[in-house]
Design a protein around this ligand. Structure first.
Ligand SMILES: Nc1ncnc2c1ncn2[C@@H]1O[C@H](COP(=O)(O)OP(=O)(O)OP(=O)(O)O)[C@@H](O)[C@H]1O
Ligand SMILES: [Mg+2]
Length: 415
């Protein structure tokens, strides 16, 4: 353990027992000599990670991936079944909503109860009481039982107590999202203050933008295992990319279709870099959009067209064979038309393609397939900050300056 580590998790596993025979009769239980049957379930498996002092560290992962369990192990609320966790300095944890609060007691009583559990003396609590209540903005409600509090009020009080304990390491589990905008802002400020004071924060969150901007390092858990750790942009992007479900490759799902039918588009495909139809590509990938057609008779000078919209319905792009001066003299029977794109300059997101084949003067549709192919773009190269399109721009400074690339080191120089 290096001296600057605030938390070292070493090969930690946590098991729960799931008792599955709740409605068994007493007789059956006695027959088993009172031993309950259970299944073992490993909520956290062989996780090792190190959190440096002064870091803001994020834990991400889908529901049930073990984030809260790991955080509770770090907070020493749960004991790992295997492995060890070492922490340096005073810990304060803000775990699930209202945990540590007694519903029948007033806010005031809970501040004292909760604060003393977190290690403050009665004197310390008395002197900080006004500040705690003030930060939570609960002066008017402090003598009411907390069972009457809204979920936002619960969180504010819990957070306020936790930060006023003045911990070296603050553990926060997905509760910040519950507070209103003003309170969230105040929390962000508190976190910044914490950082400047060299304190360590560990946050569990599903708010990816917050994790991306707030954290210095992020760990991604999946089914209790540590999948990867690293810079927030890289880990968060990979996590978000993975979350996109695979789509079926088919053009049968057009939102609407019309046209006289002398030419039909029998399939619309997006061909990825691997040369296979896909609905999942990356920024900067070489792709081909392929339109398969069937012309029942000889059709002179047909025009094939494509258009693209974002998921929100923003019109992103369109192109057709007439504007490209690529109109065949005539088609008949089956065939296909390719639009080859060397680099797909779209930002990560979901897009819908519309395909059509129309007459040369574009006044009559043979076949028009509105939103017939939906596809996802994941992070690739170039990696730009936002919007719908990637422009592949480069920054330059004059005079030249030394660049600080990122707060944490990166192992590959490709990004
Ligand atoms: N006390 C418990 N007894 C039995 N199983 C539990 C217990 N606590 C958690 N689990 C199980 O352990 C797994 C991990 O739960 P955990 O709460 O750590 O997930 P999480 O990553 O925090 O999820 P979420 O994003 O939904 O908060 C889940 O399958 C959950 O059902
Ligand atoms: Mg959780």
């Amino acid at each position: 353990m290096s001296s600057e580590s605030a938390v070292v998790v070493d090969d930690v596993s946590k098991r729960f027992r799931l008792y599955s025979e709740r409605n068994q009769s007493l007789k059956a239980a006695l027959m088993r000599h009172g031993r309950a049957r259970y299944e073992e379930f490993w909520a956290v498996r062989e996780v090792s990670l190190e959190i440096k002092q002064g870091a803001t560290y994020g834990l991400v992962g889908e529901n049930g991936s073990g984030k809260s369990t790991l955080l509770k192990c770090i907070a020493k609320i749960l004991r790992p079944d295997r492995g060890t966790i070492r922490t340096t300095g005073k810990l304060a944890a803000l775990l699930e909503l209202g945990s540590g609060f007694h519903p029948e007691l007033s806010g005031r009583e809970n501040v004292f109860l909760n604060g003393s559990i977190l290690g403050l003396s009665k004197r310390e609590l008395t002197s900080r009481f006004d500040e705690i209540v003030g930060f939570a903005g609960l002066e008017q409600f402090i003598d009411q039982p907390v069972k009457n509090y809204s979920s936002g009020m619960y969180v504010r009080l819990g957070f306020s107590v936790a930060i006023n304990v003045d911990p070296d390491v603050l553990l926060v589990d997905e509760v910040l999202a519950v507070g209103d905008a003003v309170f969230q802002r105040r929390c962000q400020e508190k976190f910044s203050e914490f950082r400047r004071a060299g304190k360590t924060v560990v946050v569990v969150s599903h708010a990816m933008e917050t994790v991306r901007t707030m954290c210095d390092e992020v760990a991604w858990l999946e089914h209790g295992r540590l999948l990867r750790t690293g810079r927030p942009d890289e880990v968060v992007d990979a996590y978000v990319d993975e979350g996109r479900e695979d789509r079926e490759v088919s053009s049968e799902q057009a939102e609407s279709r019309w046209g006289s039918g002398e030419v039909r588009l029998s399939a619309v495909q997006l061909i990825g870099p691997a040369g296979q139809p896909t609905t999942h590509v990356r920024t900067g990938d070489p792709v081909t959009i392929r339109l398969h057609y069937l012309a029942r008779k000889r059709i002179a000078q047909p025009v094939f067209g494509l258009a693209m919209e974002s998921l929100e319905g923003v019109y992103v792009w369109a192109h057709n064979t007439r504007d490209a001066q690529w109109v065949p003299d005539a088609i008949e029977g089956t065939g296909s038309v390719d639009l080859t794109i060397d680099r797909l300059m779209l930002q990560p997101g979901t897009f819908d393609l519309t395909a059509s084949v129309v007459t040369y003067d574009t006044t009559h549709a043979y076949d028009f397939l509105r939103r017939c192919l939906r596809f996802d773009v994941d992070h690739g190269t170039p990696r730009e900050s936002g919007g719908l399109v990637a422009l592949g721009g480069r920054w330059g400074f004059s005079p030249p300056t030394v660049l600080v690339v990122a707060a944490t080191e990166t192992t590959d120089g490709t990004s």
